[in-house]
Every structure is written in C-alpha cells, then in structure tokens.
Design a protein around this ligand. Structure first.
Ligand code: GAP
Length: 558
C-alpha cells in the first residue's frame, strides 16, 4: 500500500511544517508538548495549564527569530554539515554571549548579592542510585504508541481521537487527529465526511476528542492510526523513559549503566548536608546550580524551546518543615522570579502565571506555579516554582542510609527541611528574551530589524566606528577607544560600509550603543554616542564614556 504510506507521510509532514527541525529527523518521534503522569517525577509532568497552546498574538513568526538567529550567529542547528539531529543546538558568537550574560546575571542576583544562597557545580553523571531514589528510573517517561504498519511512533497524549454518533446514539465512525489549535474542526469535518461515505446520515452529536491515554480497551481497536488512517494498527501506549543512558568504565554491562542527568536539582539534594556544613548555612537557605541537563524528548520542537540538551538554573531553597511555613516562602519565590525576569528585559505583557491544579500535583508536592510566556508559537511554560515538601531529601536518606537531618542549633531540634524549587531553563529564557526584544520597523523607507535587549543582557555592549576608514588618525583614535573599552565590555569594531549600514548591523545584533569617532573628535576629544532604541545621538567626552556605560549596563557607576 505505498500510496497510503505516502498520504500518511504527507499528512505528518504537513503537521511538521511549522516546526524548525529537519523533517526527516523528526519522523522518528511522535508529536507532543505536554507530559501527563502522576509518577514520582510527575511534578514536572502535570503541567497542562490553561495558557498552554494559546494562540500567539505577536506580529512576527517563529521563522523570523530562527532566521535572525542563524543569520547573525546566535544559534545554529547542531551537526549542520551532516544530517542534523533534532533537539540539539550550537550557540554561535552572539548566542554564547547572550547565554553567558543570562547566567551571569542570574548568578549575580541569586547568589552573589544574597547571603542566604550559595552555589554548587555537581557532576552530570553520578551514581544511578540517585535516579532510582528520585523516581526518575521508574517514572520519568512519556506514553508512546507505535503504528505497526508505518513504523512511526507518536506521543499518546498528542494523538486525539473521537467517536462520532448520531443523535439517536448510533455509532458512525472513529477519527484521529494530531493535536493542534483547530483539531476539533478538522476532526469534525473528517468524521462527518467519513460517516456519510459509510452511509450513516446525521444529524450527529457534537464530536468530543480525547487523547490516546484516555481510550478504553473497547475503543482502542477502532481508533485509526494517524499514519495510515486505518484502525488496528496502533499499539497500546507504552512508557518511554526520557533519560539518556551511558556506560561508565571499560565494561559495558548492566552494572556499568549510568544516566546523563535530566535535571540539575538532584545534585543539590545529594550535596545538601556537605554544602550546609561547609558553608555553615542556617535554614532558611538555598543552594543554586547552573548546568546542562539532558532529556531524550520524543518531540523536541519549537527551536530551542524543547531540546534534548539544555541548561537549567535551579535553586533548592530549604525551609522549616511546618505546614504553615511553606506558603509565604513559595509566594516570595514566585514574586522574586517574576520581578527578576522583568528586570532583565522580559516584557510583562507576555508573562503570565499558571497555578497547577492540586489534583494534578505529584503526591508529595504542595503547590506549583509556572511562569508562562507568550512565544511566537503560543503561551507555554518558561519556569516552574514548586513547593516540594521533603520528598527528595527523605528518598535519598532512605536509599543511601545516610541521615539527612539538619540540626537547628537555635531551636535545638533536628528535622529534614522542606524545599521551594524555582527552576528555569537558560535556553527557554534565551528564546523569551529574543521574543521580547525583537521588532521590525521602517526607518526612512528602509526596514530596520531591532533587538532591544536590556544593555546588561545584550551580547555586544558597544560598537566603535571611525566615521571613515581611510583616515589613519581617525582609525587610530577609534581603535584606541575600542581597545580600552574592550577591557571591560564585549565590543565590536566595524569599519565596513556607510555609517547607516553599520548602525543597522549593530541594531540587529542588539548592541545598545554605537560610538563614532569623527573629525571633530580629533579636536574636542568627544565622540558621537548613538542609542539603539531611540536612535538619538549625543556628543560625549571620551573620559565620560566609561561611567556612562557602566551606569547603563551594570546599573551603577563606581
Ligand atoms: N527540577 C525541576 C525540573 O527539572 P521541569 O519543569 O522539568 O522541572 C524546569 O524543568 C525548567 O527547565 C522548565 O521550566 C524549562 O524552563 C526547562 N526545560 C525543561 N525541559 C526542557 C527542554 N526539553 N528543553 C529546554 N528547556 C527545558
């Protein structure tokens, strides 16, 4: 039946057309975005929140951002010269600066400027017992179904099916659609057409859609495969663990199995007592960590939003165990996270809060609030702030046999602290910052692409130009200025093309300040400072530049 497979392939390719990953490599995966499970790792799973998948009202498309990222050297697809692998990305010269700035500011504000939080850098590969104890080995999984005919694999919670019935209860047909914003319309049209073809006349009841995890044993054999359109081809949902496995040591057998960490948090829990004792921390206190995490996502998608290798910035904030203690700490972390995201340039009109419904929380979790963000592809989770009880410390205590008690000298009592966990993805924040900063406008009949990053976040802080490139005395002064400023900030030297072109290039890279050395500079030791967002130009004495820049970029001037 090659034509059927061809049709199936076309259907799926059509669905994938909105994605930014080479289609061939995505076909191994199913199509999903939200996990739903009540396993031990389920806190990260019960995240289908009201804002998810909402239509984005942004005046630009994801493609615009992806193209800009490639054109300007922010982000490249990994292994691009070979057949790229979905879900892996490389950050180019501007991207690595932006990413480093995000991490630097987070560390400055969460660790350096606070007295109650210290840092940690734990290993990516650690004892597999950690992942047994945390519940990841047993429960960090997505439900998958395979189409036996086409050999394609789908995420069960992203394949939706419906049974069309006449108003007098006669079964007309079953239909399947992939999750999308207009899937009910698509399914209803397809179902009515199918029913009429089968000779069943309406009127029909309103079609209801459910995902494959909700199908009963009676429904399952009748549900058509999204690949072939025929019933009986789908396997029942099976759990697929998202942790990447590797082997440690020369022998590769069951005893050498280890995992690439799927979150940085567990390294914090296992080091809790060592850090607390060595840094002499008193509850309430936090441990912060920035580092890589790896998840074999079935459906990496939306560019760097959901990838297989990404970075997290996580804090475990340890608090007293009393029931009345956690709500205030939790609220403080929600407010603190919100304000910090705003302070580095996220647009507040794109930010939202999504409170997890209590019946969807993992059994040990008290509460979880996500900060969601309106990306070009819809509103989705940017970060989570969870009140996690003492589940992890208790699990590691039981599993390792080590006592995880904290001794509170002031109150002369021992307890296992509870935690508040603000967890934020660096790559997601990168995308949210790009979304907040991106705009296109017309200036004097020409298109200007602009990234209005906060100066502290901008990859390049200052571009220095001699007005013309063929006057050695101008170039020498400009070069001297560039070399001096470069001691403190990332600077760009640009001499090619007219000055207007150089401004446009700097705008597109998000560079907040351009300094032009002109003939007057030789006389008055001043330069023109051009501001990216207002495009205004002012003259400034060269000795005043550093205090000005450090006020604008760092927020203070020494
Ligand atoms: N320790 C808690 C934890 O890992 P999570 O909600 O699974 O919770 C926290 O992940 C954050 O990590 C997310 O809010 C998101 O910013 C980021 N993140 C998770 N999976 C990701 C992926 N596949 N690609 C990029 N970022 C991801």
């Amino acid at each position: 039946m090659p034509w059927r497979l061809l049709v199936a392939a076309m259907l799926i390719l059509g669905y994938l057309a909105n994605a930014y990953i080479p289609r061939t490599s995505r076909l191994i995966g199913g199509l999903s975005s939200v996990r739903a499970s009540s396993t031990a790792a389920g806190r990260r799973n019960a995240k289908k929140s009201k804002g998810d998948e909402a239509e984005s009202a942004l005046p630009f498309k994801m493609e615009d951002l992806v193209n800009l990222c490639k054109r300007k050297g922010f982000v490249f697809q990994s292994s691009e010269i070979y057949s790229p692998m979905a879900g892996f990305f490389d950050y180019g010269p501007l991207g690595v600066e932006l990413k480093n700035n995000i991490k630097k500011l987070w560390w400055r504000d969460m660790v350096q400027r606070r007295e109650d939080i210290v840092g940690l850098d734990s290993s990516i590969i650690a004892s597999p017992s950690i992942w047994q104890a945390s519940g990841h080995v047993a429960g960090f999984s997505d439900p998958m179904v395979d189409c036996k005919e086409s050999k394609l694999r789908f995420r069960a919670d992203q394949v939706f099916w419906g049974k069309l019935e006449t108003v007098d209860g006669q079964e007309a047909c079953y239909v399947t659609v992939m999750e999308s914003d207009n899937m009910l319309d698509v399914a209803t049209t397809a179902a009515i057409k199918k029913a009429k073809k089968a000779g069943v006349a309406g009127p029909f009841k309103t079609l209801k859609l459910s995902d494959l995890t909700e199908a009963t044993a009676e429904d399952y054999p009748k549900i058509p495969s999204p690949a072939t359109g025929e019933p009986g081809h789908l396997t029942p949902p099976r759990d697929f663990n998202l942790m990447f496995q590797t082997s440690v040591g020369a022998m590769s057998d069951a005893s050498s199995v280890a995992y690439l960490r799927p979150e940085t948090a567990q390294g914090i829990f296992t080091n809790f007592l060592s850090v607390q004792r060595t840094a002499r921390m008193k509850v309430p206190f936090g441990i912060a960590q920035i580092g890589k995490a790896f998840r074999n996502e079935i459906t990496p998608r939306n560019f760097i939003f959901r990838s297989r290798e990404f970075e997290q910035m996580e804090i475990e904030y340890f608090i007293p165990p009393e029931d009345e203690a956690w709500p205030a700490f939790h609220q403080t972390w929600i407010d603190n996270s919100w304000n910090w995201l705003k302070s580095i340039g996220l647009k507040e009109e794109f930010m939202h809060k999504s409170v997890h419904e209590s019946n969807k929380l993992a059994h040990y979790a008290r509460a979880c609030t996500d900060i969601t963000f309106t990306f070009p592809f819809g509103t989705q989770e940017l970060m989570g702030i969870a009140a996690r009880g003492n589940f992890d410390l208790t699990q590691h205590g039981t599993s390792s046999g080590k006592v995880m008690d904290y001794f509170d000298a002031a109150e002369n009592r021992k307890y296992v602290p509870h935690v508040i966990e603000p967890s934020l993805g660096v790559d997601r924040l990168f995308l949210a910052l790009l979304t907040s900063a991106f705009s296109e406008e017309e200036v004097e009949g020409e298109k200007r692409t602009l990234l209005s990053f906060h100066p502290a976040i901008a990859p390049i802080k200052v571009a220095v130009f001699p007005l013309v490139n063929n006057k050695p005395e101008l170039s020498a002064l400009a070069r001297e200025l560039y070399t001096t400023l470069k001691q403190r900030y990332m600077c760009e030297w640009d001499v090619s093309g007219a000055i207007g072109r150089r401004y446009r290039r700097a705008d597109e890279a998000g560079t907040p300040f351009c300094l032009t050395v002109d003939f007057e500079s030789l006389e008055d030791n001043s330069v023109t400072v051009r501001s990216r967002d207002s495009m205004q130009q002012v003259r400034m004495k060269i000795p005043d530049l550093l205090p000005f820049l450090s006020k604008e970029i760092d927020g203070f001037s020494l």
